[in-house]
Design a protein around this ligand. Structure first.
Ligand code: PGA
Ligand code: ZN
Length: 423
């Protein structure tokens, strides 16, 4: 039974307000959690409730969301007993009653969902990833393979290049420990290279990615190749790449504005294919914009022999959008972010929809994170093929990597192999 539920306003990795919640069960078990926040958000995401008071945190305060936890949610749930996580989440969804969670706020709802999960797992004496696993009927646990930011642009780095993230994929590493050590080595090589080339310190973007003033996108790829080689690793064989193009954010009036040139959808697809042919890229996220549905099937067919065609803004972790993409054959992988839909139960339904279509799933953090590490347990419990957290920098990112190192050493979990599309 729920004895107490409390919300707090705390600060995320960008110093912006976000929400933390504490759930206390009748036997005194306490679970707490905090939620992240995006910057390059999809239009279809559930609503993150912000105060809108321009005199405080430029309108980004979360006092309204916190008040909703301490009043409406607390009032409805305290004294109630729930048999499952889904039952708890469904009570919150019903209490909100809107499609986009705009009454109570997706941040307020999700943080309660997570705090309840932590408290319930603790009460049952189940480690959190196993509790999450039970939600989807999984009891065979492996660590997801990490995809780790090296370079950043777009909305995470002041837009010096339009592409948002170039990530490293340690494809050959046999353990999480080895994967992180290899990525760290490339990250340091890239920092040195940038210092030599651009004469700057390794200034970091929101997710800890390096953000030098590349003159163009090719230079970013070339520098990544050099950094991999300089770290003594073979590009493609030992260290591959992934991209988050995040193209919704430079899609204007039906065209892709790359700064140096403007391309239509087919031109954008040709450009991405030329990158995939030239560099060892295994996954391309949001190659086209979230509402460019017409051309996504073409993007998928152009890339699917070589890489994952991953939908983030396109899908927003929502069953209806995933089903539409399956029907149109528009993607072959889901980027799963629980705060895009706003509850664990709905995210689990999105995961099931993607799995039913035979898709791979990358479980992802947001660009504004906290030191909470539940994402590592979620990705492990939900059998994510990959996890995307950010760079090997900043405590908000490292908290999740450290949790996976703990699970590797403590629970002896193995790391998942990279599965090439078509295998
Ligand atoms: P966001 O970006 O958290 O700022 O939305 C992450 C991503 O686009 O994958
Ligand atoms: Zn993205």
């Amino acid at each position: 039974m729920i004895k107490e539920l409390r919300g707090f306003e705390i600060l995320d990795s960008r110093g912006r307000p976000t929400v933390m919640a504490k759930c206390i069960l009748s036997d005194g078990t306490v679970g707490s959690a905090s939620v992240p926040s995006g910057a390059s958000t999809g239009k279809a995401e559930a609503l993150e409730l912000r105060d809108g008071d321009a005199t405080r945190y430029r309108g980004l305060g979360c006092r309204k969301a916190v008040a909703n936890i301490n009043n409406a949610i607390r009032g409805a749930l305290v004294g109630k007993e729930f048999d499952t996580q889904e039952a708890f989440d469904n009570a919150l969804i019903a209490l909100d009653g809107t499609v986009d969670k705009s009454r109570l706020g997706a941040n307020a709802i999700l943080v309660c969902s997570l705090a309840y999960a932590r408290a319930s797992a603790q009460q049952e004496g189940v480690v959190l990833y196993k509790y999450f696993g039970r939600m989807i009927g999984n009891d065979d646990f492996q660590l997801p393979r990490p995809t780790i930011n090296l370079f950043s642009g777009g909305k995470h780095a002041g837009g010096q290049i339009p592409v948002q993230d170039l990530l490293l994929v340690p494809v050959a590493a046999k353990t999480m420990d080895e994967a992180l050590e290899q990525v760290h080595s490339v990250y340091l090589s890239a920092s040195e290279l940038i210092h030599e080339k651009y004469g700057m310190r390794a200034l970091k973007a929101d997710e800890g990615g390096l953000a030098p003033s590349f003159r163009n996108i090719d230079e970013m790829f070339e520098d990544a190749m050099k950094a991999i080689e300089r770290a003594g690793l073979q590009p493609g064989k030992q260290m591959a790449m992934a991209l988050d193009v995040a193209s919704s954010h430079f899609y204007k009036e039906g065209k892709y504005d790359l700064g140096t040139e403007i391309r239509d959808s087919l031109g954008m697809i040709d450009l991405i294919r030329s990158w995939v042919d030239a560099y060892p890229i295994l996954s391309v996220e949001d190659g086209l914009a979230e509402n460019d549905w017409e051309f996504w099937p073409h993007l998928k067919h152009t890339l699917q022999d070589k890489c994952l065609v991953l939908g983030d803004d396109l899908l927003c972790t929502q069953v209806a959008r995933i089903n539409r993409a399956v029907e149109k054959d528009a993607a072959n992988a889901l980027l799963l972010k629980v705060n895009q839909c706003g509850s664990l139960a709905e995210a689990a339904a999105a995961l099931r929809a993607a799995r039913n279509a035979g898709w791979q799933v990358t479980v992802s953090a947001r660009s504004g994170e906290t030191e909470d590490n539940w994402l590592a347990d979620l990705a492990t419990g939900w059998d994510g093929n990959q996890i995307k957290i950010g760079s090997i920098a900043q405590s908000d990112r490292l908290a999740k990597y450290n949790r996976m190192l703990e699970l590797e050493q403590g629970d002896e979990l193995k790391i998942r192999d990279w599965v090439y599309p078509g295998n």
